[in-house]
Design a protein around this ligand. Structure first.
Ligand code: GLN
Length: 203
């Protein structure tokens, strides 16, 4: 771990926090769990982990964290969401629970559990040009996909699956990055390195 790396928090109200902390540390960040408004003030960037977006929404609202998260995002804090975290960064969610809320920030519509119940999880090599020529080993677990994006959103990766071609599974809008898959569950730290570089650009 580099001691001069940026401080990157991992929202620790629910989900695979430890895996993200390990990947961020390997990518050169000082990685810390963030579970409070105070903790949010001490980080240069924030990861929203995979887990269950309905639970994350409920707990963030219960603990008074949703507004501070939205304010941090609105003030330009870089954020990276994987899977449930992607849902949390979406402006619009299909198949959301009626009471489910998001931080928002990426001008896109995502569909929860989009790949279908019979394919709960799968792994596929996905080309992600922004991180280099080697495809990324992408792990999908009850993953959302991106139904549509505004022109302001960059598409980082697509997959062809379940009879759908070119399904969007990774995006970026300014300092916000989101993947439908779980880079924290692989030994490949290139997505985390890409996010840490994004944090440094905005520091
Ligand atoms: N299906 C979950 C949700 O809607 C996301 C699954 C995941 O993060 N692995 O939040």
């Amino acid at each position: 771990m580099m001691s001069d790396g940026p401080v990157v928090g991992v929202l620790s109200i629910q989900g695979d926090v430890r895996e993200h902390i390990r990947s961020l540390a390997a990518a050169g960040a000082r990685a810390v769990p963030v579970g409070s408004e105070e903790g949010l003030r001490d980080v240069d960037g924030l990861v929203i982990p995979g887990g269950e977006s309905t639970t994350m929404s409920k707990l963030a609202l219960r603990d008074g964290l949703m507004e501070p998260l939205r304010q941090a995002r609105a003030s330009g804090m870089p954020m990276f969401g994987s899977c449930a975290g992607m849902i949390m960064l979406a402006d619009r969610v299909e198949d959301a629970r009626p009471d489910q809320e998001t931080i928002g920030g990426i001008d896109m519509t995502v569909r929860r559990n989009a790949f279908g119940r019979q394919v709960d999880s799968f792994e596929v090599d996905v080309p992600v040009g922004a991180i280099g020529p080697e495809p990324f080993p992408a792990v999908f677990i009850r993953a959302p996909w991106v139904e549509s994006v505004a022109d302001s959103v960059d598409i980082l990766a697509t997959v062809s699956r379940s009879g759908h071609d070119g399904t969007i599974v990774a995006v970026r809008q300014g300092p916000l990055v989101a993947t439908a898959f779980h880079p924290e569950l692989t030994g490949d730290t290139r997505i985390h390195e890409y996010f840490v570089a994004t944090v440094m650009e905005h520091r």
